[in-house]
Design a protein around this ligand. Structure first.
Ligand SMILES: Nc1ncnc2c1ncn2[C@@H]1O[C@H](COP(=O)(O)OP(=O)(O)O)[C@@H](O)[C@H]1O
Ligand SMILES: [Ca+2]
Length: 503
């Protein structure tokens, strides 16, 4: 009898596996585990972020900067992932200034490239691409002396090849590339490609050239000014133009040339009275230093004289008038032009103005004013005497300090009389240096393009945002835990209090 009872009990225990509740609970646990594994695989969130790096050298007309970018290795194709990790300013002037001593152009990069070696982890060196892009200073040198420009490029190339990185080339980029990549940079950093929320235009002012780039809904009448991109599943129809010789250093030469020409019939000391410089500013300058550029007619001397006296007057209205003369607006073969017979549709949308636009407007504290206020403040600033200014800003480089009145006036004239911004559209301009930690400029866009890091189509996004993924995993784990407990309770029943029922 005892044995029979025991057998019966065992059978009941075994049969408890066949209870429908247990089957359902087991099935639910199995489904829960399968779902968790599936989500984890699709989500693919790595625990340890590994970073990759890229180096771009911006060989500008006035100086060279080295930028190091960094991004999570697994997320190359997700827009918004690349950031500036480090930047270094190369000592001395731009590479085009080494036309007479090309080997020194390569040497000049040493300090910043050594710094790059220290900044990037050693095991990543070999796979880190390094690019050098030269802009308007080298475009001008190439026009002036092609052999010299090739020697300079060879010198920087040899220098970059001596580093353990993956050398990807040193070349002069076109004005169109400079404009388009600046636009890509600011829109990438503002995350405008992923959001598809509209884009911002890019205004870049350098020393030797200036670029304007924006999306226009108007028909673009000249193919030279039109660029099409398909980025992240959206089509962009861009207007862009780069004005060679309209960077602020070259325009200063142009305006001096325009002012000095009428004085060249004088035989005594040539005095150039310049309304764009401060009262009390009086400096002897050589013709060579000012007019040695393909942007101006070569005036090397006049009647045996090698130099002239540059004297400031501090008269903003006259300065404004003088600068207007560097824009030729008398002829336009299209329905509308900016200046110098260059097609331009009306400016549209918001703009980010960077590089010298920012340096100058920030120094002059004009970034937050409307156009009329900016003009008034600048007028007062230009009348300040040179001595007062030097005392007020003892740490600012004298060359910059002397030129801010001119540069500010040029910026206002270029934007208003050149690109046709109005009192209203002026409000759409943001003067910017950085977005997040990354500097606005063409270099980031250049690297993103050459490494194919912005795909034409948006890649498959994870099933869930990360927060949602974590929540779901937690809830599922909790449910599975509850089911385990329930299962355990059902499993234990036959040997527990129900034992008596069996008897
Ligand atoms: N702190 C500053 N204040 C005023 N101007 C500056 C400052 N830093 C740089 N710049 C100017 O910004 C311009 C940068 O131009 P750059 O990029 O070298 O030339 P480009 O783009 O034409 O090849 C130069 O005119 C340089 O003098
Ligand atoms: Ca530049």
């Amino acid at each position: 009898m005892d044995e029979q009872q025991q057998q019966q009990q065992e059978m009941k225990v075994k049969n408890s596996w066949h209870r429908p509740q247990i089957i359902v609970v087991t099935a639910l646990i199995a489904v829960g585990i399968i779902i968790m594994v599936a989500i984890a695989v699709v989500q693919h969130k790595p625990l340890n972020q590994k970073y990759k790096y890229g180096i771009v050298l911006d060989a500008g007309s006035s100086h060279t900067s080295v930028y190091i970018y960094e991004w999570p290795a697994e997320k190359e194709n997700n827009t918004g992932m690349v950031q500036q990790k480090h930047s270094c300013n190369v000592k001395g002037k731009g590479i085009s200034s080494y036309s007479g001593t090309p080997h020194k152009a390569g040497e000049s990069l040493k300090e910043c490239m050594d710094e790059a070696k220290k900044t990037i982890p050693k095991h990543r060196h070999q796979e880190t691409p390094v690019y050098l892009g030269a802009t308007a200073g080298m475009r001008l040198l190439k026009m002036d002396d092609n052999t010299a420009s090739e020697k300079v490029l060879k010198s920087v190339a040899t220098s970059l090849q001596s580093y353990p990185f993956s050398y990807e080339g040193a070349r002069i980029i076109s004005g169109q590339e400079e404009g388009a990549f600046g636009w890509i940079t600011v829109n990438y950093l503002s995350d405008n490609f992923r959001k598809a929320s509209g884009t911002v235009g890019a205004l870049d002012l350098g020393g030797a050239s200036t670029q304007i780039t924006f999306v226009s809904r108007q028909e673009l009448e000249s193919p030279d000014n039109s660029i099409d991109f398909r980025l992240y599943g959206n089509d962009y129809h861009l207007y862009t133009h780069s004005f060679l010789c309209y960077g602020k250093d070259q325009v200063l030469k142009l305006s001096l040339e325009k002012q000095i020409e009428p004085k060249l019939d004088m035989t005594d000391n040539i005095i150039l009275e310049d309304p764009c410089f401060h009262p009390g500013y009086i400096v002897n300058k050589s013709f060579q230093s000012v007019f040695d550029s393909p942007c101006v007619k070569k005036i090397n001397s006049f009647l045996g004289q090698q130099s002239f006296i540059h004297k400031g007057l501090g008269d903003w209205n006259k300065c404004h008038e003088a600068i207007k003369k560097v824009f030729n607006t008398t002829y336009c073969r299209y329905s509308r032009c900016s200046f110098n017979d260059i097609f331009q549709p009306p400016v549209e949308g918001r703009f980010g103005a960077f590089s010298a636009y920012f340096f100058v407007m920030n120094f002059l504290n004009l970034t937050t004013f409307n156009l009329e206020e900016a003009k008034k403040n600048l007028e007062t600033y230009c009348t300040t005497s040179w001595d007062t200014l030097k005392q007020k800003h003892p740490k600012v480089k004298e060359k910059y300090l002397a030129e801010y009145c001119f540069s500010g006036t040029y910026i206002i004239t270029l934007l208003e009389d050149g690109y046709r911004f109005t009192n209203e559209t002026w409000e759409n301009i943001d003067f910017i240096k950085k977005i997040g930690d990354s500097e606005a400029g063409w270099t980031l866009g250049y690297m993103l393009n050459l490494t194919n890091m912005i795909p034409a189509e948006a890649p498959d996004t994870p099933l869930l945002p990360y927060g949602g993924y974590v929540m779901l995993m937690l809830i599922l784990s909790l449910l599975i835990f509850v089911f385990f407990i329930l299962g355990y309770i059902f499993f234990r029943r036959p040997s527990g209090p129900t034992h008596k029922e069996i008897i």
